[in-house]
Design a protein around this ligand. Structure first.
Ligand SMILES: Nc1ncnc2c1ncn2[C@@H]1O[C@H](COP(=O)(O)OP(=O)(O)OP(=O)(O)O)[C@@H](O)[C@H]1O
Ligand SMILES: [Mg+2]
Length: 367
């Protein structure tokens, strides 16, 4: 591969939309997303529950089997269009070119079949290996995801393993055919904190070893902090800010990104710093508010924000984009914030990380 080809994104998504048709209207779960994935790089996708992260990953992979889903836009893999392909055509790419690690390992594993047999069958189907070859590849895979006594683990059922071990097996299966692109959708949410770190470290090392492009989906912006090259922040089916990871943390422009960051504990902040909950609810995806979808919850919203939808615009660092009329740190934001406070909007204080006085508010104290 020439260096030019190596620099090309392996996957390019443009203006992707998935709307679910329900009796009340169309749920705009993914609504005009553009992004690209580069070999050897990790893109983090973060956002609250319901922001469209899973639907985005599944749409890109062609896994949206819901009959009420309408997908438009473009997903180009290796230059070839995937939107509009049938499940039968997409199946040829699943596992071999693109793979997914799901939140709950039991989604991917058959509870009544021993781990080894599942792995061997997976390898045989996708690689056309003989039984003996598949067993040796399977053992090797279990070693590579640091499962101790891999040979013995072949003969256990999924329920006989811990959650972390089961997720390692799923990662081994996802990696079996060295896919170009790996989607990891909340791969550690079901696991305890120590195991979360191990699994995320494992995913990171495997991604580097295999030079894969990875999309790491999470609702926890802390998870993607040190593990991604770039982060896309999703709100109500759209990317509202996208930036190289360090730029996102150091030069964030979107008030929603700021709110997400203020909602996680940070060791750099003084002890007893109050964490901010994001007040209000995510918007109705059937009838989203006019203008900016975040405006009803935004501390810096001004009348324009309720009327005109902001479009993504470039910020300082290369590749940094945000969609906001009153970006964090701008004179317009400062002015709007003061106006909102004088009008008595307490959520402004909460979201902007100032904390509020009452003890029964939804914020919590960092210890
Ligand atoms: N088949 C469907 N029919 C109607 N609406 C759907 C369907 N599937 C998903 N949705 C809606 O699409 C929206 C986005 O869902 P999605 O699962 O992508 O959110 P998410 O960001 O992954 O959230 P979480 O962090 O909870 O996993 C939600 O409002 C969800 O209810
Ligand atoms: Mg999800």
């Amino acid at each position: 591969m020439t260096s030019d080809a190596a620099d090309q994104p392996v996957l390019v998504v443009e203006d992707l939309r998935t709307h679910f048709l329900v009796p009340a209207g169309a749920v705009k779960a993914v609504d005009g997303v553009s992004l690209s994935l580069q070999r050897g790089k990790t893109l983090g996708v973060v956002g609250e529950s319901g922001s469209g992260k899973t639907v985005l990953a599944r749409t890109i992979m062609g896994l949206n089997i819901a009959g009420n889903a309408v997908t438009t836009g473009s997903v180009k893999y290796g230059g070839k269009e995937l939107v509009g392909r049938s499940s039968k055509e997409m199946k040829q790419l699943w596992g071999t070119e693109m793979a997914m690690v799901f939140q709950d390992p039991m989604t991917s594993l058959n509870p009544v079949v021993k781990i080894g047999r599942q792995l061997v069958e997976h390898v045989r189907v996708h690689l056309g290996a003989s039984k003996a070859e598949a067993r040796s590849i399977g053992t090797e895979l279990l070693h590579s995801v640091k499962i101790p006594d891999a040979d013995e683990r072949f003969d256990v059922y999924p329920h006989e393993m811990s959650g972390g071990m089961r997720q390692r097996v799923c990662i081994a299966m996802a990696l079996a055919c060295s896919p170009d692109v790996l989607f990891a959708d909340e791969p550690t949410t079901a696991l305890d904190v120590t195991v979360q770190h191990q699994i995320l470290n494992l995913l990171g090392s495997q991604q580097r070893n295999h030079n894969m492009a990875m999309m790491l989906v999470t609702h926890d912006i802390g998870v993607v902090a040190g593990r991604t090259d770039e982060i896309a922040v999703m709100y109500a089916g759209k990317i509202v800010e996208k930036a190289p990871t360090s730029a996102l943390f150091n030069e964030m422009r979107h008030p929603y990104t700021e709110a997400l960051l203020n909602s996680i504990p940070q060791t750099t902040k003084p002890k007893h710093t109050r964490l901010s909950a994001i007040t209000g609810r995510p918007p109705d995806l059937i009838n989203p508010p006019s203008g900016c979808s975040f405006a009803p919850r935004c501390p810096y919203a001004r009348p324009k924000c309720h009327e005109e939808e902001p479009q993504l615009q470039a910020a300082g660092s290369s590749g940094h984009e945000f969609a906001c009329h009153t970006p964090v740190g701008s004179p317009a934001a400062k002015e709007a914030f003061e106006a909102n406070i004088s009008e008595g909007l307490p959520q402004a204080l909460v979201i902007a990380g100032h904390g509020i006085a009452s003890e029964d508010d939804p914020t919590v104290w960092a210890s």
